[in-house]
Write a protein that binds this ligand. Structure first.
Ligand code: SAH
Ligand code: SF4
Ligand code: F3S
Length: 461
């Protein structure tokens, strides 16, 4: 009998990947994804703990789920299993269980391969258990997940590394995801091949610290990320490769050379800097300073002159002075980013920075975030405007909002819309001349017949 599974994903791309894999684990038990919690047999909230707002969202959503659960169970027979997964589960699992009696199951990012067993326990007619599993188990999750991955979009995520040993003083990730772990190289190659066979043309390799990757090679020895990229590049039908999130400390020569040598490696890199002041970077325990970041960017651009950057910024870190903030602004002006995420510092329980003195008052954070976001938006728009008249290869991935419109991604991750192409152009990489530049997207027109077409059986319906 099929059962309805509703999964809601918060937070980063790793959670998007995990949610997909949870569905892979539950599919053999008859659970089919649905896009509404009402009436579902199982609801999983795959949560994020990175900032206070993200974590709070879960509790407000649980309020809504409670109503659905009550409605479904009103007749006394139908159950709705409510599960909280992900980083809030890992960080606050026990408290969550106490506060929310209707939550049946809490499990962290490292234990979802055990879902079949958990579901069986939760479904028991008599003595139904409430389950909490927030271990960091000795067995590797990846070894116990189904070997087969389900079909993904034309652009897919592939987790290659998980966890973090860096311990930036503001960040919960090392506590919620655990120590760094890299998957063996051949497991990744196999997963990539499967995705490509099922229609994927672009793969984004994921890791909390993706360029710290050091997985076992097939014949002993270790593969770096640079080596892995070279191997993946050999896969026919895989046309575009990206990776995220990288740490400036782990950009090595091998990776820089990959950007020089591999045409499939897209010329766009998300390289979080967080701040431009050395004093703040040190207090953040970032293990890099402004000068080393600039040096890495220079090397990368020497290797790949086309390369464009995006980044993450935190404003209002404890002790950040006006001068420190101006250093960050100057860094942005000097380097220029075509896209960025910026956040007000959010104190997180258990992290060293949350106990630091000199927390920055909220109004100061607000003023700084507005200023940096204005500057970053300006740089993004300027980059987009400079694309006018250029020709770009765009991987068409989905329908746009307007009738007859398709939307894809440029090499620089900009969404690009185009009208007048047939439905069959979805999944193809087409060459477009850019005719419109908006703050967050581009518009284009076809210049040539579609390039690098695939035969029809590789298409995703
Ligand atoms: N692994 C990635 C980042 C993961 S978190 C890396 O090392 O770059 C994504 C972003 O959230 C971070 O880059 C940081 O800018 C932001 N962030 C993390 N903790 C935060 C906090 N306590 N307050 C505000 N922003 C935070
Ligand atoms: Fe968090 Fe720092 Fe690790 Fe990134 S490198 S996940 S910001 S501790
Ligand atoms: Fe959030 Fe966990 Fe990702 S805290 S950003 S879901 S690693």
């Amino acid at each position: 009998m099929t059962k309805k599974l509703f999964v809601k994903t918060y937070g980063c791309q790793m959670n998007v990947y995990d949610s997909q894999r949870m569905q892979d684990v539950l599919a053999p038990l008859g659970y089919q994804p649905v896009d509404d919690a009402a009436g579902a047999d199982m609801v999983i909230l795959n949560t994020c703990h990175i900032r206070e707002k993200a974590a709070e969202k879960v509790f407000s959503d649980l309020g809504r789920i409670r109503k659905h659960k009550k409605a479904k169970e009103a007749n006394g027979t139908d159950k709705m299993i409510v599960a909280v997964a992900g980083c809030v589960a890992q960080a606050e699992g026990a408290e969550l269980m106490r506060r929310e009696p209707m939550v049946d199951m809490v499990f962290g990012p490292q234990t979802y391969h055990r879902l079949p067993e958990m579901v069986a326990r939760a479904n028991r007619a008599v003595g139904r258990d409430r389950i909490i599993d927030t271990d960091f188990p000795a067995e590797e999750k990846f070894d116990h997940l189904p070997q087969q991955v389900s079909r993904q979009g034309y652009s897919a995520f592939l987790a290659i590394q998980e966890g973090c040993d860096k311990f930036c003083t503001f960040c919960v990730v090392p506590y919620t995801r655990g120590a760094e772990y890299s998957r063996p190289g051949m497991d990744i190659i196999n997963e990539a091949r499967q995705l490509v066979e099922k229609g994927t043309r672009e793969i984004t390799l994921l890791g909390q610290n993706v360029n710290a990757y050091h997985g076992d090679g097939p014949n002993g020895g270790e593969w770096t990320l640079g080596r892995l990229l070279r191997e993946l590049s050999e896969i026919d039908g895989l046309d575009r490769i990206r990776y995220t999130t990288s740490h400036p400390r782990d950009v090595d020569d091998d990776l820089i050379a990959a950007h020089r040598d591999l045409p499939k490696l897209m010329p766009f890199l998300h390289l979080p800097i967080q701040a431009g002041s050395d004093r703040v970077l040190q207090a953040m325990n970032r293990k890099h300073d402004g000068a080393s970041y600039r040096e890495i960017v220079t090397k990368l651009k020497d290797a790949c002159p086309d390369l464009a950057l995006s980044s993450d910024f935190i404003v209002g870190f404890p002790g950040e002075s006006d001068k420190d903030f101006e250093d960050t602004m100057q860094m942005v002006r000097d380097i220029t980013f075509i896209q960025a995420f910026s956040f007000k510092y959010s104190p997180r329980p258990g992290t060293p920075a949350s106990a630091m003195e000199l927390q920055v008052p909220e109004p100061v954070k607000t003023e700084r975030i507005m200023r940096i976001q204005a500057l970053l938006a300006e740089q993004q728009l300027e980059f987009n405007r400079n694309c006018l008249g250029r020709e770009m290869d765009v991987l068409l991935e989905r329908h746009g909002k307007l009738e007859g419109q398709l939307v894809g991604k440029s090499p620089y991750m900009q969404p690009v819309h185009v009208s007048g192409l047939p439905e069959s152009a979805l999944g193809q990489i087409v060459r477009l001349k850019i005719t419109e530049a908006l703050p967050n997207s581009l518009g284009g027109e076809l210049v040539d017949a579609p390039v690098q077409n695939r035969d029809s059986e590789r298409k995703i319906a």
